[in-house]
Write a protein that binds this ligand. Structure first.
Ligand code: NDP
Ligand code: HSE
Length: 437
C-alpha cells in the first residue's frame, strides 16, 4: 500500500518530539496501521533548526502555506500554536481536503465550532488528542470509551506547568518565578506563560472536554477563570494541616441549572488520588452514571508525551481514511445536528464549599460577629481553626471550611465581614471540592 504523506507545521517542542518518536517507532506503527506514515515536508520559520532535525529526503520550507496546498499531502499536523496563522493554515488545509491533527487547544476552544463545521462540510477529520492533558488519551476515553454513559462531572489537573509550580513550591520551598523559569526551560509552558499560571490554558482544555462530555458547542467565553498567582505559601500550609491539598482544577458539572464550567485553585482531600498528582503530571477524574468515577493519569506536557497523543491521532486518521465521512466518530462526540444548548451556569450560581482565611484582631467578640454574618447568609461552617499569633502581633488567622453554599451568598457574606472594624486584612477564599459524589 502507498505510504500516508504528512506535512508538519512547526518543529518546536511538540513538533520535534513528534518527528523523533515517529521515526523511532516506525516499525511498530506500521504493524498497527498496515501502511507507512512519512513526514514529507516540514515548515518552520527557523529552517536551519528544521534542517538539523529532519532526514535528508524530507523537504524543509519556511512557508507553511506551501504545505497545506501541496497535492501529495494527505494529513497536515499543525504544531505552530496560537490563534492567528494557525487558524488560517488549518482552514486552508481543510479547504484543500487535507485531514488535520492539532495540539492547539487555544484555537479549538475559541474557534472550534468554525473549524469543525468546515471539516464536516469537506468530509475531513480534525483530530486533537494532544490538545488536552498532553499524553493522556482523555479525548478518546471521553468520546469513545465512555460513550455508554451520561457524564455527570469532570475535574482535572490539566495544566502541567502550574501543577509543577505548586509541587515544587510545596515540596522544595522554591520561589514561584524560579519554578516557572524551569518549566519554560523544560518545554512545558505555553509561548505566553501567563496562559499557564492564570488558568487560561486549563480553561481552553476544560472547554473542549465539556463540549465532548455534554454535547454542547465549545464555549470558552463562558468559563470562569482564576489562576495560581494569588496563592500564598501560608494557605498551602494551612490547607495541608486540615488534610487538604490545593490544586488548580478545571471543573465541569451537569447540574439542574445547566453546565458549570470553571477553573480555579481548589482544596481537595489529600486522601483522594488526584490530590497526590505532582509535578508536570496531569490527572482527570470523569464521573459517568454507569461506570462511576474513573481516573486518567499521565504526563501533561513535554515533547514526547505530547507526541504520543499526536501520533495516536495519526494512527487513527490513517485507519479511518478508508471509512466514509458519515461513519466516522464525530469531532465533539455527538452528531453535530444533535448538539444541545444547555446553558452554562453563571459563576455566582455555582455551588461549592470554601476554605476561608480571615486575618482578624485578637479581641473578644470577633468570632461571634463573623459566625453571625455567615449564619444569616445560610452558610454553615464545617471546620474551624484559630492559628496562634506571634508574640509581638495582635492579629490572628482564623481558618474556616464551609459546607456547600452558593457563590453569590459567600461573596455577599464576605463583603459584610470585610467591613467589620476588627478585620485586619483581605479574606482569602479558595473553593473546596470533596470529589466524592
Ligand atoms: P514551540 O514554540 O516549541 O514550537 C512552535 C514552532 O513553530 C517553533 O519552532 C516556531 O518557530 C514555529 N513557528 C512559529 N510561527 C511559525 C510560522 N509562522 N511558520 C512556521 N513556523 C512557525 O511550541 P510547542 O511545540 O510547545 O507547542 C506547539 C503547540 O502544541 C501549541 O499549540 C501548544 O499549545 C501545544 N501543546 C504544547 C505542549 C507542550 O508540552 N509544549 C503540550 C500540549 C500541547 P520559532 O521557535 O522560531 O518561534
Ligand atoms: N503549557 C501546557 C501545560 C502544555 O503546561 O500543561 C500542555 O498542554
Amino acid at each position: 500500500m502507498n505510504p500516508i504523506n504528512v506535512g508538519l507545521l512547526g518543529i518546536g517542542t511538540v513538533g520535534g518530539g513528534t518527528y523523533t518518536v515517529l521515526k523511532r517507532n516506525q516499525e511498530e506503527i506500521v504493524r498497527r496501521v498496515g501502511r507507512n506514515i512519512v513526514i514529507r515536508i516540514i515548515a518552520d520559520r527557523d529552517t536551519e533548526k528544521a534542517r538539523r532535525l529532519a532526514d535528508r529526503d524530507t523537504t524543509v520550507t519556511a512557508d507553511a502555506f506551501e504545505v497545506v496546498s501541496r497535492p501529495d499531502i494527505d494529513i497536515v499536523i499543525e504544531l505552530i500554536g496560537g490563534q492567528t496563522i494557525a487558524k488560517e493554515l488549518i482552514l486552508q488545509a481543510i479547504a484543500h481536503g487535507k485531514h488535520v491533527i492539532t495540539a492547539n487547544k487555544a484555537l479549538l476552544a475559541s474557534h472550534g465550532s468554525e473549524i469543525f463545521a468546515a471539516a464536516q462540510q469537506k468530509g475531513v477529520i480534525v483530530a486533537f488528542e494532544a490538545a488536552v492533558a498532553g499524553g493522556i488519551p482523555i479525548i478518546k476515553a471521553l468520546r469513545e470509551g465512555l460513550a455508554a454513559n451520561r457524564i455527570e462531572w469532570i475535574a482535572g489537573i490539566i495544566n502541567g506547568t502550574s501543577n509543577f509550580i505548586l509541587s515544587e513550591m510545596r515540596e522544595k520551598g522554591l520561589a514561584f518565578d524560579t519554578v516557572l523559569a524551569l518549566a519554560q526551560k523544560l518545554g512545558y509552558a505555553e509561548a505566553d506563560p501567563t496562559y499557564d499560571i492564570e488558568g487560561i490554558d486549563a480553561a481552553h482544555k476544560i472547554t473542549i472536554m465539556a463540549a465532548i462530555a455534554f454535547g454542547i458547542p465549545v464555549s470558552f467565553n463562558k468559563v470562569y477563570i482564576e489562576g495560581i498567582t494569588q496563592l500564598s505559601n501560608d494557605d498551602i500550609r494551612y490547607a495541608e494541616e486540615l488534610g487538604y491539598r490545593i490544586k488548580l482544577l478545571g471543573i465541569t458539572k451537569r447540574v439542574a441549572k445547566g453546565i458549570e464550567l470553571r477553573v480555579h485553585p481548589t482544596l481537595i482531600p489529600i486522601k483522594r488520588l488526584i490530590a497526590n498528582v505532582e509535578g508536570v503530571m496531569n490527572a482527570v477524574v470523569v464521573k459517568g452514571d454507569a461506570v462511576g468515577p474513573t481516573l486518567y493519569y499521565g504526563a501533561g506536557a513535554g515533547a514526547e508525551p505530547t507526541a504520543s497523543s499526536v501520533i495516536a491521532d495519526l494512527v487513527d486518521v490513517a485507519r479511518l481514511l478508508t471509512a466514509d465521512p458519515e461513519h466516522r466518530v464525530p469531532y465533539l462526540a455527538f452528531l453535530p445536528e444533535l448538539l444541545s444548548n444547555i446553558p452554562i451556569v453563571p459563576m455566582e450560581e455555582v455551588e461549592t464549599a470554601y476554605y476561608l482565611r480571615l486575618q482578624v484582631m485578637d479581641q473578644p467578640g470577633v468570632l461571634a460577629d463573623i459566625t453571625r454574618i455567615l449564619a444569616d447568609s445560610d452558610i454553615s461552617i464545617n471546620a474551624m481553626v484559630q492559628k496562634e499569633h506571634a508574640e509581638e502581633e495582635d492579629k490572628v488567622n482564623i481558618i474556616m471550611l464551609t459546607h456547600t453554599t452558593i457563590e453569590k451568598n459567600i461573596i455577599a457574606a464576605l463583603d459584610k465581614i470585610e467591613k467589620l472594624p476588627t478585620m485586619a486584612g483581605k479574606i482569602v477564599r479558595i473553593r473546596l471540592e470533596e470529589l466524592n459524589k
